[in-house]
Design a protein around this ligand. Structure first.
Ligand code: CO
Length: 212
């Protein structure tokens, strides 16, 4: 209970700190949000979206799940994406994974972890798409790091395959979708340089015609 009570105390202290630097801080935020960025990240406690990019409240719309996956039957992710793109009009969508990701590590193993194995299956599929490259990396740590990067890149393309993103691209070449990997060992983000804002980089079968 001590830790639990501390959380509520911390909240009061934070409110006081914010008000002391700007008495209107909360009334301004209460007026509405217009974040320019949607963040799709891992649920890992060591990768807090706002904190690692110095973004204050109001700047980042956030969706997190195990291993920063974009699963096209995930109603939660699709709802966040549709709202972010079509209502908030975000200019950037960032898929941010991280080295040492437990979800990817689990996907690399043959161990069972329970219900989550069915989520992890989507990550195993990424391994299958890149089996040749990954099988050729003998070092386990390097293989895991590359698997993590490839998983992020696949999720960037999974976003691009959604009708939500393609309709927005067809209208305005926006948003830009980026793939980032965060290094929990030194706090630095590495841009994987897979930024896309049009569907012509996708395999033809995934490209939607513009809506009339
Ligand atoms: Co993770």
């Amino acid at each position: 209970m001590e830790l639990y009570n501390k959380l509520l105390q911390n909240n009061k202290a934070w409110v006081e700190k914010m008000i002391s630097s700007d008495p209107e801080y909360f009334s301004k935020l209460a007026g509405g949000q217009k974040p320019p960025v949607l963040w799709i990240g891992c649920a890992d406690s060591r990768v807090p979206a706002n904190e690692i990019i110095g973004a204050p409240p109001g700047e980042v719309f956030v969706h997190r799940n195990i291993a920063n996956m974009v699963v096209n039957t995930d109603m939660n992710m699709l709802s966040v994406l549709d709202y972010a793109v079509n209502v908030l009009d975000v200019q950037h969508v960032i898929v941010c994974g991280h080295y040492g990701c437990g979800g990817v590590r689990a996907a690399m193993s043959n161990q069972q972890f329970g219900l989550i194995d069915n989520w992890i299956r989507h990550i195993k599929d990424v391994y299958r798409f890149h089996q040749k490259e990954l099988d050729a990396i003998p070092d386990k740590g390097k293989k895991e790091a590359r698997f993590i990067e490839l998983n992020i890149i696949e999720q960037v393309y999974n976003l691009g395959k959604t009708s939500i993103i393609q309709n927005s691209w067809n209208k305005s070449k926006s948003p830009f979708i980026h793939g980032w990997v965060y290094d929990i060992r030194n706090g630095l983000i590495n841009d994987l340089e897979v930024t896309v804002n049009e569907n012509n980089g996708l395999l033809k079968i995934y490209q939607f015609d513009a809506l009339n």
